[in-house]
Ligand binder design. Structure first.
Ligand code: 3PG
Length: 306
């Protein structure tokens, strides 16, 4: 049994070691493909793989087609918009994620980004504090709740919108429930985005929502760049010199944004929300365990292409 660990953005060495131990103890062969430069490299590496562990690596129909022996792909992380689920299902390949395993790292980064942009990117210009400000959390799942919890400790007031949760569940998880996206944006000094990239959410955050935000508001995106309508966002930032945007997912128009908006915008050069040793260990080892469990007991608990 061959397991390909294909990570364009490698796991920390300590996580790779742990992944190897779990898989080799189960008698599997582990092949590591890190920092590969093209899909062709992935296609040739997956040809004889029975299982794959990936991160944001793109598993296209071409990859699925080339991996003739593939039975399972585990995305070590939360979002699986990088995997073509239909192509996988057509070939009977099980796709799983490892929900919650890297959430704390992403939540810590969201908080760090709020402070970084509020303190004018650590330049001496006068900034503002997060204490006493209203934080809106768009989707109160694993990451959103942790952002809420940490923000509360900083003295922020938390409200959340999540169509999959009842008001009682949101209240029990420490936030005030909000019932429309318009209401959330209108009432948040900081807005932290935690929605997945789906046909219904792609480009869903643009001029209309951003321009509703209160004076001096900050939009924080540690989710996916695809959920932003960049043209609309730029129009809002242009009209409202008080608004700021900070993101862990480099916008397509970042150069233009920097030129126009200076210290009001910031993007990490490469997505780094989940890039901690702890998150790599949690998600990577969970992925390895899920593969062993799948082959030994048939457990499909975290399958996402049902
Ligand atoms: C996720 O969906 O889990 C995060 O976006 C992290 O992605 P990464 O593993 O590519 O850093």
């Amino acid at each position: 049994m061959k397991v390909l660990v294909a990570t364009q953005k490698p796991f920390a060495a300590v996580a790779v070691k742990g992944i190897r131990e779990i898989l080799e103890n189960a008698g599997y062969e582990v092949v590591l493909l890190e920092k590969y430069a093209s899909e062709a490299e992935l296609i040739s590496a997956c040809a004889d793989a029975d299982a794959m562990i990936i991160r944001s690596d793109k598993v296209t129909p071409e990859v699925i087609e080339a991996a003739g022996k593939l039975k399972i792909v585990v995305r070590a992380g939360a979002g699986y918009d990088n995997v073509d689920l239909e192509a996988a299902s057509r070939k009977g390949v099980v796709v799983m994620n490892t929900p919650g395993q890297n959430s704390n790292a992403v939540a810590e980064l969201a908080i760090a980004m709020m402070i970084f942009i509020s303190r004018t990117q650590f330049t001496p210009a006068t900034g503002s504090e997060v204490k006493g400000k209203r934080l809106g959390v768009q989707a109160y799942g694993n990451v959103g709740r942790l952002v809420g919890e940490k923000a509360k400790a900083l003295g922020m007031e938390i409200s959340a919108l999540d169509p999959f949760l009842t008001d009682e569940q949101i209240l029990a998880a420490g936030a005030q429930p909000v019932h429309s996206v318009e209401e959330l944006y209108s009432s948040s000094d900081f807005l932290s985005i935690h929605i997945p990239a789906l046909p219904s959410t792609i480009k869903s955050i643009g001029y209309d929502l951003v321009s509703r935000m209160p004076k001096g508001a900050v939009l924080v995106n540690t989710a996916r760049k695809e959920v932003i309508d960049e043209e609309g966002l730029m129009k809002a930032l242009e009209e409202r010199p008080d608004l700021k945007y900070v993101t862990d997912v480099m916008p397509d128009n970042y150069a233009a944004m920097q030129e126009k908006f200076g210290l009001r915008v910031f993007a990490t050069p490469k997505k780094m929300g989940a890039q901690t040793a702890e998150a790599n260990i949690n998600a990577g080892l969970a992925a390895a365990r899920q593969i062993v469990d799948f082959f030994t007991t048939g457990n499909r608990k975290f399958q996402v292409n049902k």
